[in-house]
Ligand binder design. Structure first.
Ligand code: ADP
Length: 494
């Protein structure tokens, strides 16, 4: 594959393995040789003209995954482990190239992209080990004449739909777990970031993953791909990460065939900051929890509820820390924030800031575009402030960009009640100097993951997912593998 020194994939190379569909272990163009451009958001340059799968191409990928299913699901666990471990090792050898590709497609700083690439390797490796620990039970003598066993079988063909914000890591979470469980996969990456997904699939295949076990179908028409996944009876499960609107659509339409649906739909993560917190440390961790990936992360801290006695101090520290962030060229080592993914994302953020101000919030730091190109723009990291009880309605929405909302509250009780007053429940944060208080509040917050005195880190053994409208099911951890298994109970007459 042609990656330039700056990480960009050489464009216009015609039929280049890096930009073709990956179906049944082979690269191939889309029907009619349809293609769509993938851009570098930092420069606006076209990185590649990627094969644009039609519904028929997606159906062909489903056929390949279906054909591979029997053999992969019956491959002894030890052998599946070896194949997945070798795949993780191959990705580790290519970790720098993967990071360059992630950065080129998303615009995130190369340093952050390298972190994501290493995590991707780590997760694939961890899932390879889980292959050796799939659950099962034996129940002898359930009656005087019967024994029983409970076997965990792979659910079958999994359609994985991934977002653009973590184009490698999201693939590891879904594909690593599904393959470990013995499922085969059709992966439809986000249209902004198909190159990383293709890169991972080709690396795993070259390391020994059998043909058809993992197929990748980039497309500029995700709705048609979604229709194939929903209505093709050979697809047993849809694992989706993305917007709530599309999650609702998939769940509604999957009802027609009772297809298993796993949903990770983002959040509106609250933060509670109490009077006994170390305010300087809280500010610096909040900067991590909000502005990583230019705020484009579903667990990002969205709304801070700070008790009034420490509000002024926190805002002063936050203002300084946020103004010190470097926005600019993702390829520079000292860059903290690259561009947002595209101009539509920038416009959404600007509208949210404008609405917040119109609804009574104050923009105390940042906002506005720093520079822009034909496809994207760099946004100055921003802080909005408001008083508890007078929160702008926009604070109840997910803000998918570098904007932190800070709300001053009377006391702990008001902070917790406002923090829980949301339809979402993906992540939450609490800052306090008292460990018991931290644990008590962590238990009181309705979210799938809670961090006490820090940002959240992604660890393969920890389950991750949403309560309430943030989703269904869990990814990562043992639970993340079990979502791709189905229990079969067998009673044996003696
Ligand atoms: P975002 O707004 O963050 O891009 P989306 O929910 O639109 O969130 O996208 C997340 C993933 O869902 C992407 O891979 C996208 O291509 C895919 N997607 C978008 N629309 C549909 C659809 N109608 N059916 C199936 N997948 C879809």
């Amino acid at each position: 594959m042609g990656t330039k020194a700056n990480g960009a994939v050489e464009a216009g190379a015609g039929e280049n393995a890096a930009q073709e569909l990956f179906i049944g272990g082979r690269t191939r163009p889309a029907s009619g040789d349809r293609r769509f451009p993938v851009h570098d958001p930092a420069t606006g340059e076209v990185l590649a003209h990627v094969a644009d799968a039609t519904g028929d191409d997606v159906a062909a990928a489903v056929s390949a995954a279906h054909a591979a299913r029997e053999s992969w699901s019956h491959t002894p666990a030890w052998q599946r482990y070896e194949v997945l471990r070798d795949g993780a090792d191959a990705l580790r050898r290519d970790v720098s190239a993967m990071a360059e590709l992630i950065s080129a497609e998303t615009g995130k700083p190369v340093r952050e992209a390298l972190g994501e690439a290493h995590n991707t390797v780590r997760f694939f490796e961890w899932f390879s080990h889980e292959t050796l620990r799939l659950p099962g039970e034996a129940w002898p003598e359930i009656t005087p004449t019967r024994d029983a066993i409970v076997v965990a079988e792979p659910v079958g063909v999994v359609a994985a739909i991934t977002p653009w914000n973590f184009p490698a890591f999201m693939v590891a979470c879904k594909v690593g777990a599904a393959l470990a469980a013995g499922c085969t996969v059709v992966l439809k990456p986000a249209e902004q970031t198909p190159l990383t997904a293709l890169f991972i699939a080709r690396a795993l295949h070259a390391a020994g993953l059998p043909d058809g076990v993992l197929n990748v179908v980039p497309t500029s028409d995700p709705a048609s791909a979604g229709q194939v996944f929903l209505h093709d009876a050979r697809v047993d499960c849809i694992s989706f990460t993305g917007s709530r609107a599309i999650g609702e659509l998939l769940m509604r339409e999957a009802a027609a065939s009772i297809k298993r649906v796993l949903l990770e739909l983002g959040g509106n993560s609250p933060v509670v900051v109490l009077d006994d917190a170390d305010i300087a440390a809280t500010a610096s961790r909040l900067v991590q929890a909000r502005y990583l990936n230019a705020g484009q992360a579903c667990v990002a801290a969205n709304r801070v509820y700070v008790v009034e006695s420490v509000a002024e101090a926190l805002l002063a520290e936050l203002g300084m820390a946020v103004r010190a962030l470097n926005v600019g060229d993702p390829r520079r080592d000292d860059t903290n924030l690259g561009p947002l993914i595209d101009l539509a994302a920038v416009e959404r953020i600007e509208t949210q800031i404008d609405r917040a101000v119109a609804q009574g919030a104050e923009l105390t730091t940042g906002g506005g575009r720093l520079k822009e190109n034909a496809v994207s723009a760099f946004v100055r990291p921003a802080v909005l402030t408001a008083q508890g009880g007078q929160e702008p309605a926009v604070f109840s929405e997910e803000i998918f960009g570098p904007v932190l909302a800070v709300v001053t509250c009377r006391d702990e009780a008001e902070a917790i009640s406002l923090a829980n007053d949301t339809e979402y429940g993906l992540a939450a944060y609490v800052f306090t100097g008292d460990a018991d208080r931290g644990l008590r509040i962590a238990r009181a917050l309705r979210a799938g993951s809670v961090a006490v005195n820090g940002a959240l880190t992604s660890e393969p053994q920890l389950p991750f997912g949403g309560m309430k409208a943030s989703g269904l099911g869990r990814e990562r951890g043992r639970a993340g593998v079990e979502e791709f298994l189905e229990l079969k109970t067998i009673q044996l007459a003696k």
